[in-house]
Design a protein around this ligand. Structure first.
Ligand code: AP5
Ligand code: MG
Length: 210
């Protein structure tokens, strides 16, 4: 059976980093609402234009817009699926249940003081979205993506001020989603501290156990 997995956790916990490796090694298709919304902002699509101000303020983009986006993507995605950054509100979690069954919700937990440091020193690839950290996983050549040679940039919401707002949004609106999956018996909480490889081992162990 094709697994459908949700990656939960606060900003900077490592959802994107771990998703990249799960896609490469376990053949998941990743659907990341953050990546899709940033692409929309870059291209100036109607969705991107609506989303921009919410993203830069560290708030959630309205549910109906994001649910519409996920609906479109799920309709054309086959095989094992990894949802990175969706659902992030109870409304989104309930809507997702109406679209597809979820097998597991992996909640990556990291102490708040570490999250800010992870985020303000993150660099992302403009072309392929690969994620780096200037201290913990730097690119081989400054400013250039190891994977595709694309240009690295700092996300406009990766300032300390916006990170604090994103953390508050997470606590208010996304923590209840963990509880929602806990009640369904499919929540797996994973320690997101330690090296990227250690966290990956914990996640794959949780997936194997089911
Ligand atoms: P989104 O892009 O999803 O951002 P986020 O949830 O805030 O998470 P991040 O991407 O910041 O962190 P991450 O967990 O992916 O960490 P990463 O692997 O990069 O959303 C952005 C915005 O879009 C939202 O604020 C909202 O406005 C909107 N949005 C998106 N989805 C939405 C939805 N469903 N509904 C409504 N609005 C939505 O790692 C971070 C850094 O740490 C990197 O530098 C990495 O190299 C480093 N790192 C990773 N793992 C480790 C480790 N083990 N040790 C040391 N460093 C590490
Ligand atoms: Mg991410």
């Amino acid at each position: 059976m094709d697994l459908k997995i949700v990656l939960l956790g606060p900003p900077g916990c490592g959802k994107g980093t771990q998703a990249e490796r799960l896609v490469a090694e376990m053949k998941f298709t990743k659907i990341s609402t953050g990546d899709l919304l940033r692409e929309g902002v870059r291209q100036g699509t109607p969705l991107g234009l609506k989303a921009k101000e919410y993203m830069e303020a560290g708030k959630l983009v309205p549910d109906e817009l994001v649910i519409g986006l996920i609906k479109e993507k799920l309709a054309v995605t086959h095989g094992p699926v990894l949802l990175d950054g969706f659902p992030r509100s109870l409304e989104q979690a309930r809507s997702l249940d109406g679209l597809t069954g979820i097998d597991l919700a992996v909640d990556i937990q990291v102490n708040e003081d570490k999250l800010v440091h992870r985020i303000v020193m993150r660099r992302s690839c403009k072309s392929c979205g690969a994620v780096y950290h200037l201290e913990f996983s730097p690119p081989k050549h400054a400013g250039i993506c190891d994977k595709c040679g694309g240009e690295l940039y700092q996300r406009s919401d990766d300032t300390e001020h916006t990170v604090r707002a994103r953390l508050n949004t997470y606590k208010d609106q996304t923590l209840p989603v963990s509880q929602y999956y806990k009640e369904k018996g499919i929540l797996r909480v994973v320690d997101g501290e330690g090296t990227i490889a250690q966290v990956y081992e914990r996640i794959t162990a949780a997936i194997r156990k089911g």
